[in-house]
Design a protein around this ligand. Sequence first.
Ligand code: AMP
Length: 425
Amino acid sequence: MSDFSQFGLPAQLNTALERMKYTAPTPIQLQAIPLALKGHDILGSAQTGTGKTAAFGIPLVAKILNNPRGNAIVLTPTRELASQVMEVITQLLGQRSFVQAVLLIGGDSMHKQTAQLRMRPRIIVGTPGRINDHLERGNLILHDTNFLVLDETDRMLDMGFGIQIDKIVKFLPAARQTLMFSATLPPEIVKMSAKYLKNPERIAVGAVNAPIVRIQQEIIHVSDSGKYDELNKQINARSNGSIIVFVKTKRGADRLCERLNKQGNKTDTIHGDLHQRKREKVIQGFRDMKFRILVATDIAARGLDIPHIEHVINYDLPQCPEDYIHRIGRTARNGSEGSAVCFISPDDGLKWRAIHRLLNPNEAPPHMPRPAGGEGKPRNYGQKKTFGGNGKKQGGHTGGTGKPSGGNKRFGRFPKRSSAPKAAA
Ligand code: AMP
């Protein structure tokens, strides 16, 4: 009997867990599953890669299997994350389940989704925009949907889905159970939770606002013109594991991918201009190790769960500081280790300080070399950022000096380097 037996789950679910080789619950699952099974609302903060999907997926499937009435809906910020959540839920339901689950995401055929909705699925997973489309067209009826999961809520708000979520929630019955998960718990999220949750149980795994400690983080000061050469050095220094390279723009992603391919590096790219089918193909190719390097914009920063990503290279800094945490969370999945390198060019001072403040809220900002022509205020990086980085400590993280020249390679202490590191294990 697996450790999951302590939860008294339906036999079908226990069999599925065995097939998935989930033998013992992860810490977030240990906290969330019993509370959710008892019917509590939950406000959960968990870092990526902690088993958060099954933490809500297991009680969701248990409720659906145990009750002939009542449906469930899961909202996620991105299509990719929705697809991954759907995959976990499908696995949890098992191979011969009669329960129908439908994925409602943009970029996919409206016609196909409408036909699937006619079968009255009991589980809906999707992104807020497409779900609202179906609600407005009368394709989707939610008055029996008494189990709501908001996944990566901070990201959904960040992407401007607040109003869309409000609209969807209005279609749901007031007597429902709501589970809300967020990587960070800034005041906006806590306020939002008061609107949607009833007496929620707060659960947390790891330090809020802190990336996973198993990730070895480094920063490299480099000029804009020197970035490409530095990237090559970094790639060559990493003999094992897949690499994800984050860039700022879609065009930049295409250009960098082309350049790397020309030099014989097996590379592909993912960004918002690609059709859904193409995006899925790229992710599948990366998962199947058909190429080693994925150049991505932040669209891929969340949810991508590929165990063999060992290295994250931040070629450009992200558009908002929280994305840094999500980017580096693509590595060190489920107990493994990983490395994250961050290129900082002379104009990146403000951006890097905002990231540093988010990671080390109680510490002095790092000294940054001044840019030659003065620094404009980049989007989302001022004192009035949307979330986080408010100077208040929100979790139990104790960082180090936070200075780029610190000696410890762990989180919060970034060794400064100007040359390639030795190959990661
Ligand atoms: P998540 O945080 O939901 O993205 O999960 C991260 C990874 O952990 C995924 O590859 C899951 O399949 C895996 N995982 C989640 N829960 C368990 C578990 N109890 N045992 C083993 N692997 C798990």
